[in-house]
Design a protein around this ligand. Structure first.
Ligand SMILES: NC(=O)c1ccc[n+]([C@@H]2O[C@H](COP(=O)([O-])OP(=O)(O)OC[C@H]3O[C@@H](n4cnc5c(N)ncnc54)[C@H](OP(=O)(O)O)[C@@H]3O)[C@@H](O)[C@H]2O)c1
Length: 329
């Protein structure tokens, strides 16, 4: 079967450019015992992929030049040599930037039909679980407390804010632009949203958190992180989830370190893939909340595998609203 895939052609120097990728066509390999062949329906594009393109020490090994880009996918099993999997099964796993994947079934999870497949890459998938973990295991917002989350329209941020609202917190989002902020308030139901591109951002952010901040879910780093640190209440919690404003090597130094000491803050970095044991519980809860409309989600969908590089470059510049996907079928 012909597989179309996008491989890493070169490592970026600063911002990612289209020539860092190459579109290729190849026959799918024969299946070994334990493998399944999956026709990927949707590919998930995620900020962590930027880190894998670097040859730098991180929590995961770098992506090898010439290999298909790694990435989460949902799709349908076309052929199986694995016990418990059969043609027609719907699955989620790490299929990579390609139309067809042959890999061990162990790397895939079966999905029950019913809900739209794409949510298992977004609100009820890895990004949603990331939000769920940071809110429930680090931030632990209490009724009446104030939680701040930046990149608030994003796949992670939108779930964070909605879970914190369900827990009774007052939720303030930070996002790029008035249009995104309107979505954060009107669709996701946050109490406030502050546009960090507004020249008066700092004053408006201060006004949006009159009682200070008890929990921060940090997705961005740099100036936005510092502005939150400045406004923390004693005993506050900070889940350091992402630092996207520094992914191209920008300076994201923190100035307000004193706040950590004087407010006795808990600052906890985390990587969602370290908590795989919790994924089934998180997926069940999140899928239930999506199905009942208690969690709303947005998707930005690019069409066809060839569109993946441009869509990924757009994601890193804020062109997406909600989960960035590539539709492959
Ligand atoms: N720790 C973990 O295990 C884990 C797992 C998943 C994701 N993450 C992290 O969580 C964060 C959100 O991920 P996501 O999948 O939900 O992505 P996303 O928010 O859907 O998309 C990325 C968004 O980042 C914002 N952004 C980009 N450059 C920025 C800058 N210089 N300053 C401020 N905002 C900027 C843009 O929104 P605006 O238009 O609002 O700027 C863009 O839309 C990322 O930092 C990611 O690395 C961590």
């Amino acid at each position: 079967m012909q597989n179309q895939r996008v491989v890493l052609a070169s490592r970026p120097q600063g911002a990612v450019v289209p020539s860092n990728f190459r579109l290729e066509s190849a026959e799918t390999p024969a299946l070994n015992d334990g493998d399944i062949l999956v026709r990927n329906h949707y590919l998930s594009l995620d900020p962590y992929m930027r880190g894998r393109m670097e040859d730098a020490k991180s929590y995961a090994a770098p992506q090898a030049i010439g290999d298909p880009m790694i990435g989460g996918t949902v799709g349908e099993v076309l052929e199986s040599r694995a016990e418990g999997f059969a043609a027609g099964d719907l699955v989620v796993g790490g299929g990579g930037w390609q139309t067809h994947s042959v890999s061990p079934a162990l790397a895939w999870m079966k999905l029950k039909p019913g809900l739209p497949l794409s949510i298992f890459l977004g609100a009820a998938g890895m990004p949603g679980i990331t939000g769920w973990y940071g809110v429930n295991h680090i931030c632990k917002p209490q009724p009446g407390e104030t939680l701040v989350v930046n990149s608030a329209t994003g796949a992670v941020g939108s779930v964070v804010g909605q879970l914190a609202k369900l827990a009774g917190a007052r939720v303030v989002g930070v996002a790029g632009g008035a249009t995104k902020c309107a979505i954060v308030k009107d669709e996701f139901g946050f109490d406030e949203c502050v546009d960090y591109k507004d020249p008066d951002f700092k004053a408006k952010f201060k006004a949006a958190v009159p009682k200070g901040i008890d929990c921060v879910f940090e997705n961005v780093g740099g100036v936005l992180f510092d502005e939150s640190l400045k406004r923390m209440n004693a005993g506050g919690r900070i889940a350091v989830c992402g630092l996207i404003s520094g992914y191209n090597g920008e300076n994201i130094a923190i100035e307000q370190v004193r706040s950590i000491l004087v407010n006795k803050l808990l600052v906890q970095g985390f990587i969602v893939s370290d908590h795989m044991k919790l994924w089934p519980q998180a997926i069940k809860e999140l899928a239930g909340l999506v199905a009942t409309g208690k969690i709303k989600y947005r998707e930005t969908v690019a069409e066809g595998i060839a569109a993946a590089p441009e869509a990924f470059i757009g994601l890193l510049k804020g062109a997406n609203v909600g989960k960035q996907l590539v539709k492959l079928i």
